[in-house]
Design a protein around this ligand. Structure first.
Ligand SMILES: Cc1cc2nc3c(=O)[nH]c(=O)nc-3n(C[C@H](O)[C@H](O)[C@H](O)COP(=O)(O)OP(=O)(O)OC[C@H]3O[C@@H](n4cnc5c(N)ncnc54)[C@H](O)[C@@H]3O)c2cc1C
Length: 438
């Protein structure tokens, strides 16, 4: 007997924001069953939305954060229904967004098509008849497709370093805090320290010392634009600069250009050769990141005030290693320095090599040749349609990557507006992939 799409079964691995958005899309768009497996009891939080600190705000305006692209008001409506009305152009806390994500699967709470499983998938094997996942406690789950929503590869614990996503910023001291990284997580941690009445100096170090730029009070004007797709990176950067100058001359800001460029980001990335991608990562990615991933105006003002008062120092340099109470840094001129530190917080972000920092599941997939690293080692090798590529170079018809796991193929797929689009595309399987017989 051949299965219909209505009794087909999808396994979604990873209980963060991507996992719940993916599950919700499958359940709302098809008659398929879904088993969602996540390590944590709270489905929907993941690393971004687990924070309890009310000053850790979304970096994206409320109006852009609906889980559904075809229902742009869904998040606004949820806020209102929960007595938390917010302006569409405002910024709410990531903890609040975590509650929204946690509620996303509520419509299917009593639907037999949805099964939530707390546990960790440690092994996944595709076969002709489907996929079999093994959990850390030995349980097995069979499904027609598996969608990896396992998120970011995180750094393993290192002696002497507080992990940005586990450090609560509570301790108020007079000692120096060294923060490795000057990006969005550094902003979060600095705000937590300031809220905790930390009195000592804060030194934030990164190779280029670039800080995320703030949003404007006004909402950027998104225009239909036609960036040069497929040309050299230098040509693209030249085009962006010229376009930004023109936007400013017309009374707008460079933010209009950056936000207008976003819908083209995946096409631009996909049209690049490996060499162009390498150049982009080396020369332009951090520059793009600070313009593209902006912080709310209020957060920007507090960071600026901390710099002006001298409490926060942004330093160019490379982190070498930590030992308890001491950070070893190298300045751009090669000078090695030791900085005494009451705390050293690792805010190096999420661009980690999954082969070395990945979860047991990702390492197993690589070891077994079910998956392989992309040539630039920024993630698993994935087709633009989301299929994992095995060591033999063949796309895996039943194994898909969604959200940040698919970054090597899509680049801009780490923020909710991009993740929700990809989830729509993957919710209904490619008809070229046969349903499981049985
Ligand atoms: C600090 C921060 C702030 C951000 N702010 C914004 C913002 O304002 N706006 C925006 O649009 N985007 C923002 N983002 C982007 C963000 O990456 C995504 O919104 C989202 O976190 C991606 O979620 P994810 O579920 O893919 O990954 P993760 O959050 O990493 O979650 C993956 C989950 O899967 C689980 N897991 C992993 N492997 C397994 C396994 N083998 N078995 C079972 N479970 C497993 C993990 O435990 C984890 O819970 C932010 C990101 C960060 C880090």
């Amino acid at each position: 007997m051949t299965k219909t799409q209505n009794d087909a079964h999808d396994l979604v691995i990873g209980g963060g924001a991507t996992g719940v958005i993916m599950a919700a899309q499958i359940l709302s768009r098809s008659g398929r069953r879904v088993t969602l497996v996540g390590r944590d009891a709270a489905f929907g939080h993941g690393i971004a939305y687990s924070t309890r600190d009310a000053d850790h705000l979304l970096n994206t305006r409320v109006a852009s954060m609906s889980a559904y692209s075809d229902r742009p008001d869904d998040f606004m409506d949820w806020l209102a229904a929960n007595g938390l009305p917010a302006r569409p152009d405002g910024f709410v806390s990531r903890a609040t967004y975590g509650r929204y994500m946690q509620d996303l699967l509520r419509p299917w709470r009593n639907d037999p098509r949805l099964t939530l499983v707390q546990g960790e998938v440690v092994r996944l094997r595709p076969g002709a008849a489907g996929v079999t996942a093994t959990l850390d406690d030995g349980r097995a789950v069979d499904a027609d497709r598996a969608l990896l929503a396992t998120g970011h590869a995180l750094a393993a614990e290192e002696a002497g370093l507080d992990n940005a996503w586990r450090f609560d910023g509570a301790a108020a001291t007079d000692g120096r805090v060294v923060i490795i990284g000057t990006g969005l997580s550094m902003v979060d941690q600095t705000l937590s320290l300031l809220n905790g009445r930390h009195r000592g100096p804060i030194v934030a170090v990164s190779r280029r010392g670039l800080l995320p730029l703030p949003h404007d009070e006004g909402v950027p004007e998104v225009h239909a634009i036609h960036p040069p797709v497929g040309g050299p990176v230098s040509q693209l950067l030249h085009w962006v600069r010229r376009h930004a100058r023109e936007a400013e001359a017309a009374g707008g800001t460079w933010r209009d250009t950056v936000d207008s460029l976003r819908p083209h980001a995946q096409a631009l990335w996909q049209a690049m050769s490996q060499d162009q991608r390498r150049r982009f990562l080396r020369h332009a990615a951090s520059w793009w990141g600070i313009h593209r991933h902006r912080i709310p105006p209020g957060s920007g003002a507090r960071i600026r005030a901390a710099m002006d008062s001298g409490q926060l120092e942004i330093r160019r340099g490379t982190f070498r290693r930590a030992e308890p109470g001491v950070a070893h840094l190298r300045a751009p001129d090669g000078t090695e320095t030791r900085l005494d530190a009451a705390r050293i917080i690792d805010c190096r972000g999420i661009l980690r090599d999954p082969a070395t920092h990945g979860s047991p599941l990702v390492r197993d997939l690589l070891e077994q040749g079910v998956a392989r690293m992309d040539p630039l080692r920024i993630g698993l090798d994935v087709t633009p349609a989301g299929h994992l590529i095995g060591r033999d170079g063949q796309p895996q018809p039943r194994l898909l990557a969604v959200g940040p796991v698919a970054r090597a193929a899509l680049w801009e797929v780490t923020a909710i507006p991009d993740i929700r689009e990809q989830a729509v595309q993957l919710a209904i399987p490619d008809p070229a992939v046969p349903a499981v017989a049985g």
